[in-house]
Design a protein around this ligand. Structure first.
Ligand code: UD1
Ligand code: UDP
Length: 353
């Protein structure tokens, strides 16, 4: 039995780190890297650090407009599927690599398994929302990570072969936290004081592509009187440069970092300010207050639980949350038991049989 797993963007490498080696206990896995992310610190670093198997194919698609990027992936993936004849294609999340991986398989009548199914922001302007909905509707096996995601699928008529296995990113944090404690020295290297800095990430298209939203975010960080650490996504760097925006000295802008350094910075931060999906969850896993610079979130349970606050990109709201937001409740168990990878393997084994 052969499974092709398609990955291409940073968060997918981390998800595959939690799942690939488990799948390989029982199946032949062919790992396909679309090349959507390609800088060393957006791709290679994760394979090196996290013991992710070497991709069997690296398609080298690179950056581009949505149609061009997704379309090229479709053409190349179809060739690989026709050659390898997999029994199942596995995709993660909501990127263009996810959609291309699923669509190329579905057209060839190869069953698709979607990890992180059922997430919805109900904002169809997001490329990720389009990718998720389309992928869910052509998948044969769906792995929603939360009960809300199960309900979202049900509301769209998707009821069969839906398995809430928990969140593979929770598995990843549990798998790599101790290694991060041992290997990462980033807090010292950046001269940070534990629990006295804010960790920030920004990359969501709705924030980078709109100068007003990006300017508000940067002004809030500049005016916060806090030490801010910002591993800067290349997309955001490009827009900041083109808009001519700049940071004050309290904002330490660094290159994107590996996962071990990232979870180490999360572990020791006072608060986390982000527009990332994965980082919102990791803030929750690390029991850190999360301030989300978006107008909505797919991870609604983190908000309902009191650990995440949605502030959009209003400067005053961001500043006020940085100063004042503190969770006031014990965390509930939202994201499973950290054994999502094992459960995915079990379901796939049953399904393929
Ligand atoms: C993509 C996903 C997004 C996910 C994010 C994770 C889509 C539509 N978006 O967004 O859902 O949250 O990955 O990080 O799939 N770039 C580089 N080097 C790289 C990669 C990108 O310089 O290695 C720059 C290029 O200028 C590129 C831009 O970043 O045009 C955006 O990259 P792209 O992969 O299109 O989207 P992301 O913003 O990374
Ligand atoms: N991440 C990382 N280095 C960084 C920034 C993020 O390793 O410099 C990790 C982060 O810990 C999380 C994942 O990348 O596991 C989130 O990816 P991203 O924010 O790019 O995408 P999203 O989750 O929003 O799709």
């Amino acid at each position: 039995m052969k499974i092709i797993t398609v990955i291409g963007a940073r968060p997918q490498f981390i998800k595959a780190a939690a799942v690939s080696n488990i799948i390989r206990k029982e199946f032949e896995e062919i790992l396909v890297h679309t090349g959507q992310h390609y800088d060393e610190n957006m791709s290679k670093v994760f394979f090196d650090e996290l013991n992710i198997p070497k991709p069997d194919y690296n398609m080298g698609i690179g950056s581009g407009n949505h149609g061009q990027q997704t379309g090229t992936m479709l053409i190349e993936l179809e060739k690989i599927y026709l050659k390898e004849k997999p029994d199942l294609v596995l995709v993660y999340g909501d990127t263009n690599s996810t959609l291309a991986g699923a669509l190329a398989a579905s057209k060839l009548l190869i069953p698709v398994a979607h990890v992180e199914a059922g997430l919805r922001s109900f904002n169809m302007n997001m490329p990720e929302e389009q990718n998720r909905i389309l992928t869910d509707h052509i998948s044969s096996i769906l792995f929603p990570p939360t009960e809300t995601a199960v309900v979202n699928l049900k509301n769209e008529g998707i009821k069969n072969s839906v398995h809430n296995v928990g969140d593979v990113m929770f598995d990843a944090v549990l798998d790599f936290k101790e290694l991060a404690k041992k290997k990462s020295n980033i807090v010292n290297e950046l001269n940070l004081i534990e629990n006295k800095y804010i960790l920030t990430t920004i990359h969501r298209a709705e924030n980078t592509n709109d100068i007003n939203r990006l300017r508000n975010i940067i002004q809030a960080l500049n005016e916060s009187n806090k030490t801010i650490v910002l591993p800067l996504h290349p997309r955001t760097k490009k827009y900041i440069d083109s808009y001519g925006l700049s940071f004050n000295n309290n904002v330490k802008v660094i290159e994107p970092i590996g996962y071990l350094d990232m979870i180490s910075l999360e572990m020791h931060a006072e608060k986390i300010v982000t527009d990332s999906g994965g980082v919102q969850k990791e803030a929750f896993f690390m029991k850190k207050p999360c301030i989300t610079m978006r107008d909505e979130t797919e991870w609604v349970e983190t908000v309902q639980n009191g650990w995440n606050t949605i502030v959009g990109t209003d400067k005053e709201k961001i500043l006020s949350a940085i100063m004042n937001f503190v969770p006031n409740r014990e965390q509930e168990n939202i994201f499973g038991d950290g054994k999502a990878g094992e459960k995915i393997l079990k379901v796939i084994k049953e399904a393929i049989k």
